[in-house]
Design a protein around this ligand. Structure first.
Ligand SMILES: Nc1ncnc2c1ncn2[C@@H]1O[C@H](COP(=O)(O)OP(=O)(O)OP(=O)(O)O)[C@@H](O)[C@H]1O
Ligand SMILES: [Mg+2]
Length: 267
């Protein structure tokens, strides 16, 4: 790893509670530099997992939050005008490839397909990145790996990865952990005891059962951590649950009632 990426090294262990054999599988994938795709609902631990793995492998991590306005130049780089004329500036993907980082493209389906295809030559056996404007062919550093994430729930015909993109990746499914594991996570992250955290998880489990029956998405682990942090700061559990769990996910009065009553069942 070179000096350019020193700022991207994660020096303190990001807390990550494994839910199955994802740590071992990811290590195996990294050892052959297989591009990886992390699939799962919002707030279930995908980002935390990549941060943890980058730390564990001792590799720098460059994260790019993808959106539909993003262009290939935003990833690859562009010429900038400065006092001395024009100067090439590597984009995040080029920096990662050149110097050997894990490049994490978060919510990749948000990017347009003509942007996404720039990763193709880096994610097959060529492992190169052509910088057309600069006339340079960057050979990927041996440590370089691409990781992408997406939420299959948001998938639509308009917003999906090309088959030729998908088939360049290995994939790991992420989901909300089992009850005990999730309670441990919420207790740790939110600073409350596991008994209280378990009750929050039970509320979330009720809401997750309503997904597709009036709710687009269940209550995520992230939301539970928010609720837990409020409780740890002295907010009454009922109020904390309403504010952090129920109000954000639905405006429907009946659904709010149903979720509020789930909250009162446990608190
Ligand atoms: N397995 C886990 N170990 C430790 N913390 C976790 C785990 N799963 C979830 N969390 C907690 O949940 C929070 C949200 O997780 P994270 O940001 O990784 O979600 P995500 O899957 O990347 O969501 P999004 O798709 O919205 O980006 C984390 O900040 C962390 O507190
Ligand atoms: Mg994320």
């Amino acid at each position: 790893m070179q000096d350019e990426l020193r700022d991207h090294l994660i020096t303190e262990e990001p807390y990550y509670q494994p839910t199955a054999d994802e740590v071992e599988l990811y290590e195996a994938a990294y050892s052959v530099r297989m591009p990886m795709m992390l699939k799962g609902p919002t707030g279930c631990g995908k980002t935390r997992f990549v941060e943890h793995m980058a730390w564990k492998l001792g590799k720098p991590l460059i994260t790019v939050a993808c959106n539909e306005d993003m262009t290939a130049s935003d990833l690859v780089g562009r010429y900038l005008l400065d006092a001395d004329g024009t100067r090439w500036q590597d984009g995040p993907l080029t920096r990662a490839a050149r110097h050997g980082a894990i490049c994490y493209l978060d919510e990749i389906v948000e990017a347009r397909q003509d942007t996404t295809v720039v990763i193709h030559p880096l994610t097959d056996n060529r492992r190169v990145l052509p910088l057309e404007k600069k006339g340079e062919m960057v050979e990927a550093h041996p440590d370089f790996q691409v990781v992408i994430s997406y939420n299959p729930g948001y998938q639509s015909l308009m917003k999906d990865l090309k088959e030729s993109t998908k088939q360049r990746f290995g994939a790991l499914d992420f989901n909300y952990p089992d009850h005990e594991t999730e309670a441990r996570i919420v207790a740790h992250e939110g600073g409350i005891n596991e008994d209280m955290a378990g009750k929050l998880v039970s509320v979330a489990e009720r809401a997750r059962n309503l997904k597709g029956h009036g709710l687009d998405e269940g209550i995520s682990t992230r939301m539970l951590v928010y609720a837990a942090s409020l409780i740890a700061n002295g907010v009454a559990p009922l109020a904390a649950c309403r504010m952090a769990l129920v109000r954000p996910i639905t405006d429907d009065p009946d659904m709010r009632d149903a979720l509020d009553s789930a909250v009162t069942t446990f608190f």
